[in-house]
Design a protein around this ligand. Structure first.
Ligand code: PLP
Length: 377
């Protein structure tokens, strides 16, 4: 099955009981048993729900793993994956991970004895030198947020394997349509499905796919024990979103290429960060491991005041956190998505006050470029 077909016919694509071509929303918490233990595969909806199961089967097929899991948010998904580890275990992570990921590792999970070290994983040498006796996993985000740095998933996961570490990849920015980390050697891939997978700014959700039976059993145990599951209504919304993921990503790619080309030539723009640019330091790796470069672009206008001026003039780009929806969004990472990262750490990472991040949506690209042109004047 080719990729666009799989988005529509993968998983359980219709209701086995009625033939309905969209899996129904099973808005139910418990299931009648014919005798004690005599159930039809479902006992209680935290453990399993048919709508959520259809979504979990679908994301498993799309990412090419053994089992899929749906959670109430991307952070719930990340936290559940981290609960596969024990007190005293150590995880090496990409330094400019999503702000919430940095926060949960450094302010919550550290209290339970899970240690983490943040390094620039775009250079594999940095990973190697951080491996300790108690290191259990390598956690990558690629491309990163907001500087669009790229880690070579194949090289990093083979280094991890040689050292007995699991490789976990946050694939939110690329989406399973453009990039499949399991095919590149990762053991676990996860998503904030709130972004491109949902795609319409109407649901908060997280998805995980694992590539062994053992990981599937362990993660199901954590999911059922800790209970951060996605509800049936939201599971259905994600399946609806996934059906158009392919065409949304193709169109996003075209719009983004035109906008990047415009920004790159604009005199008020100091620097453009986009993996599709030939001068991006990891352009070749991005081209090798992903089929598209995505719809996230960051650019530096030089100062916080200039960024504010741009925001006050912009029209079609909605000032909001988040990304990956049909409507174009704009944000200033230093004061929004990355505000939970201490100022000095932000400076180290290169997240300047004048850095503006856009998530390119599906409006007419001529309107989007005209909007940026006027706001940059
Ligand atoms: C948004 C996001 C998350 C967190 O997901 P939520 O659904 O907001 O909990 C994690 N990783 C990345 C890359 C994100 O963009």
């Amino acid at each position: 099955m080719k990729r666009k077909t799989k988005l529509i016919h993968g998983g359980i694509s219709s209701d086995p009981h009625t033939g309905a071509v969209s899996v129904p929303i099973y808005q139910v918490s418990t299931y009648k048993q014919e005798g004690v233990g005599g159930h039809k595969g479902f006992e209680y909806s935290r453990t399993g729900n048919p709508t959520r199961q259809a979504l979990e089967e679908l994301i498993k097929d799309i990412e090419g793993g053994t089992a899929g899991f749906a959670f109430g948010s991307g952070m719930a998904a990340i936290t559940a994956v981290m609960m596969l580890f024990n007190k005293g275990d150590h995880v090496i992570m990409t330094d400019d991970v999503y702000g919430g990921t940095f926060r949960v590792m450094s302010k919550v999970l550290n209290r339970f004895g899970i240690e983490s070290t943040f390094v620039d994983t775009s250079n594999p040498k940095n990973i190697h030198s951080e491996i300790r006796e108690n290191t259990k996993a390598l956690y990558l985000e690629t491309p990163t947020n907001p500087l669009l740095k790229i880690t070579d998933i194949e090289a990093a996961s083979s280094l991890a394997k040689e050292n007995g570490l699991l490789t976990i990849v946050d694939n939110t920015f690329s989406t399973p349509y453009w990039q499949n980390p399991i095919e590149l050697g990762a053991d676990i891939v996860l998503h904030s499905a709130t972004k491109y997978i949902g795609g319409h700014s109407d649901v908060v959700a997280g998805l995980v796919v694992v590539n062994t039976e053992k990981l599937a059993q362990d993660l199901h145990f954590v999911q059922n024990s800790t209970g951060g599951v996605l509800g049936p209504q939201d599971s259905w919304l994600l399946m609806r979103g996934i059906k158009t993921l392919g065409i949304r990503m193709e169109e996003t790619e075209e719009n983004t290429a035109a906008i990047v080309n415009f920004l790159n030539q604009h005199p008020s723009v100091k620097k453009v960060f986009y993996p599709g640019l030939e001068n991006h330091p990891n352009h070749e790796i991005a081209k090798k491991q992903a089929r598209g470069f995505g719809g996230m672009v960051s650019f530096d206008v030089g100062s916080g005041e200039k960024a504010d001026h741009l925001l006050s003039k912009i029209h079609y780009f909605t000032l909001a956190e988040s990304l990956g929806a049909v409507e174009s969004l704009i944000s200033v990472p230093a004061r929004m998505t990355h505000a939970s990262i201490p100022a000095e750490r932000r400076a180290e990472l290169g997240i300047t006050e004048g850095l503006v991040r856009i998530s390119v949506g599906l409006e007419d690209v001529e309107d989007l470029i005209e909007d940026l042109r006027k706001a940059l004047e």
